[in-house]
Write a protein that binds this ligand. Structure first.
Ligand code: DGJ
Length: 752
């Protein structure tokens, strides 16, 4: 068992392969305190557990010894799940309102269970044991005054050094209780002189998930979303780093939220320099009414600790999500190389155009055609028809089945785009059911991209959407769905929810999306689902539970993608990042980059194309078969290998470098992209990573051999050409693997 309860100290000790997490029940009032989270501690039977570390023998002492200074205790004790309004003035994990209008809650220990495996969270996406033997601790807590109870749930994933957290709150009284805040996890580190940074991912449309690191100062520093989705703007992730932490050294605590709606992720440095991290549903516009006997399940937090800097954390998250979150047959399978017509045609396409693209794509080795936005209703731009999921036969002449059969006859599979959560004011659906759009009664609803959001808290709305989508999917041989969502939520209103349930809308909406996607992947288990939200606004672990890949960003410029993909790959495996080669000048930023570079950058994700293959320059077109061969050669390594960040363009503003190393280190693929050349300098040394130090590696193409140690410690020199990208494949000599060195040098002057 990775979880033990040590009776003599009333201590809970959770172990993973390299970490320990310890909590204790203290004082007569049974406060649950956080003792330790960090490098693994060895427990020796019979010796005291480190509960003395809680410093309860120091002033202000526990309440049974010093109740006159109870506030001092509450405001400094490292609380595992802090309550609200009673004297702990730091960020609370839970707050409530009673029917009498009272606030104030303090949940203390009652009992516990340690069970094998991991219970699922009702209606919510969550990680699962898979092949691993997980253990779960459930702490039962109670607030005696209000009758609110909590189950704090901790599951250990030993091999990947992860502990997941969630909370179930229950009303055990006869009167309703209103939950006004429910955090899923709190990590209260009882530190003193340590200095920390926090790392978050921020962005906007077209530049999602950019890394941002700053010193943790006194007070609260948070990121969050109140946009109804996890958002382009902030990401439901926060990491606390020791001030000196680097890619490969130092301490990192990561928290990542398996949720796709509003969130709050926060770190707080207290007056005594302890650090409290919290993560959960954003309390703004959130009130959840619990009637007698009802429960509320808070979404899961995936928590990890690394003493090996950021790369340790990255490896934990990548392995965790590949093995314990992503589902379905595509999890371990080569993804089809698709061509999507969005940047090729936008709304201006018809059967003939799509078939022309399909024919040329097939000749290049592409495997699937995806028809994007504009095939339904009378949608020729973005101002109509969402909700009317009927094929527009003026454009799709012969109908959908004819088109799909023809594409199949050409030798390609077929995929389709939907935006199921939306409704256009100009749609038959809106004309029939204006109240299905989220709005506040008496106030004109706010449009965004000329559309409203469907009220998915209503079952009849979900059923309508599902029936429409599934009818289309049954009507032809469709193997892939891109599920888009192009606006954020506003106008918190629902004609369906009663006044005391209105502020449940945002969470109920997210539950509705989850229910729809669960129905879809259950009814169509062999279909590949790719989530998308105006690019990457809902790229989160919640969505990853339903779709093994998510579109990273509408910005397909290879250089912009270096930044977006660096931030994304910090916590997400490469196999989840939708990345395509697009045409130049790039439609978002107007930049021209070599076609090879675009290919190398897209290879770090789920490789595909986003261009009109019948129109691109001949020299580019001719490179596609070669790029496709590269994908066929490397897809398994990229999907399953360990990812290493070697250099960061976001830091040096000149070049980027990463590697993917096979789990047994027999092969390492290094990708280097030089964005800007520097005049009059020597070659650049890259200190590579991911090698077995004593093994000899041979570089494909040149046949040169190096020890792993030389490549990592002495470095690998790349020449300062004007612009270039290389994908260098190193293979261990003794394993006798074939070697390919791919170097694409771009002549001076080309580019931008
Ligand atoms: C936003 C997506 O990110 C794009 O790829 C495209 O599907 C458009 N929506 C279509 O409206």
């Amino acid at each position: 068992m990775a979880i033990r309860y040590i009776e003599q100290d009333r201590t809970f000790w959770l172990d993973t392969e390299h970490t320990s997490y310890i909590m204790a029940v203290v004082d007569e009032e049974n406060f649950v305190g956080h003792v330790y989270y960090g490098q693994k501690l060895q427990y020796t039977e019979g010796t005291p557990a480190p509960v003395y570390l809680m410093r309860t023998g120091e002033a202000p002492f526990v309440p049974s010894k010093n109740n006159r200074e109870r506030v001092s205790f509450l405001d400094s004790f490292p609380m595992e799940y802090p309550g609200n309004g009673l004297g702990d003035y730091r960020e609370s994990a839970v707050s409530i309102r009673t029917v009498g209008g009272h606030v104030g809650v303090q949940l203390n220990y009652v009992s516990h269970e340690i069970v094998k495996g991991k219970p699922a969270l009702p209606g919510l996406p969550s990680t699962f044991p898979g092949e691993e033997d997980c253990d779960t601790l459930i702490l039962h807590l109670e607030d005696q005054t209000t009758g609110l109870t909590a189950e704090l749930i901790y599951t250990t994933f030993e091999k990947v050094d992860v502990i997941t957290r969630s909370v179930i709150l229950k009303n055990t009284t006869e009167q309703p209780i209103y939950l006004t805040k429910v955090m899923s996890a709190c990590l209260d580190l009882d530190c003193t002189d340590e200095k920390y940074d926090i790392l978050t991912l921020h962005g906007s449309w077209g530049r999602e998930r950019q890394m941002e690191r700053r010193s943790l100062m006194h007070g609260k520093q948070s990121v969050g979303s109140v946009r109804g989705e996890s958002s382009h703007q902030e990401h439901p992730f926060i990491a606390l780093l020791s001030e000196n932490a680097t890619q490969d050294t130092g301490e990192v605590y990561g928290m990542h939220f398996v949720y796709s709606g509003n969130f709050l992720a926060q770190a707080e440095l207290s007056q005594f320099d302890s650090v409290r991290m919290t993560m959960g549903i954003h309390p703004e516009n959130f009130v959840w009414k619990l009637e007698q006997g009802e429960s509320f399940a808070a979404p899961e937090v995936v928590m990890t600790y690394s003493s090996e800097g950021l790369s340790g954390m990255t490896h934990h998250y990548h392995d965790m999500y590949r093995e314990h979150l992503i589902r379905g047959e595509y999890r371990d399978k080569k993804r089809p190389i698709l061509i999507n017509n969005w940047e090729a045609t936008y709304f201006n396409f018809d059967t003939q155009k799509l078939l022309a693209i399909a024919k040329e794509a097939k000749a290049c080795g592409i495997e699937m055609l995806v028809m994007d936005d504009g095939w339904f209703g009378h949608r020729n731009n973005d101002d109509s028809s969402l909700g009317d999921w009927k094929v527009n036969t003026d454009k799709i002449k012969g109908g959908l089945k004819y088109l799909v059969d023809e594409v199949n006859n050409i030798g390609l599979e077929f995929g389709i785009w939907f935006e199921p959560e939306m409704i256009s004011p100009d749609s038959d659906l809106y004309r029939a059911h204006p109240d299905w759009a989220i709005h506040i009664d008496g106030r004109a609803a706010t449009q965004s991209r000329c559309q409203y959001v469907l009220d998915l808290s209503r079952k009849e709305v979900r059923d309508y959407v599902y029936d429409q989508v599934s009818a289309i999917l049954h009507s032809a041989n469709i193997r892939y769905v891109k599920w888009d969502m192009n606006r954020q939520l506003s106008d918190l209103g629902s004609s369906y929810l009663s006044a005391d349930h209105k502020e449940e809308l945002f969470h109920r909406y997210v539950l509705g999306v989850y229910e729809l996607q669960e129905r879809l992947v259950t009814e169509f288990p062999n279909m590949l689902l790719e989530n998308c939200s105006g690019g990457g606004a809902r790229f989160d672990p919640g969505m990853l539970y339903y779709s093994p890949q998510i579109w990273c960003s509408d910005d397909t410029d290879a250089i912009e993608r270096l930044l977006i993909q660096e931030g994304t790959s910090l916590i997400y495996p490469l196999c989840s990042m939708g990345a395509h080669v697009s045409d130049c000048p790039n439609h978002t930023v107007g930049r021209v980059t070599p076609f090879e570079t675009r290919g190398h950058v897209a290879l770090a994700g789920t490789f595909g194309y986003e261009l009109d293959v019948t129109k691109i320059p001949k020299e580019d077109r001719e490179q596609i078969p070669q790029q496709i061969a590269m994908y066929h050669k490397y897809h398994e390594l990229v999907r399953e290998g360990d990812y290493y960040r070697i250099a960061s363009y976001s830091e040096n503003h000149l070049y980027d470098c990463w590697a993917v190393s096979a789990k047994d280190k027999s092969e390492v693929l290094v990708t280097y992209v030089q964005v800007l050349s520097t005049p009059n300098v020597h070659s650049r040394k890259l200190y590579l990573k991911g090698f077995e130090p004593q093994a000899v590696y041979r570089l494909e193409e040149t046949g040169e051999t190096f020890t792993g140690e030389i490549l990592e410690k002495y470095g690998f020199a790349v020449t300062n050409y004007d612009n270039y990208a290389i994908a260098a494949d190193f293979n261990q000599e003794e394993k006798g693997l074939d070697i390919l060195a791919h170097l694409d040098v771009v002549p001076a002057g080309e580019g931008w």
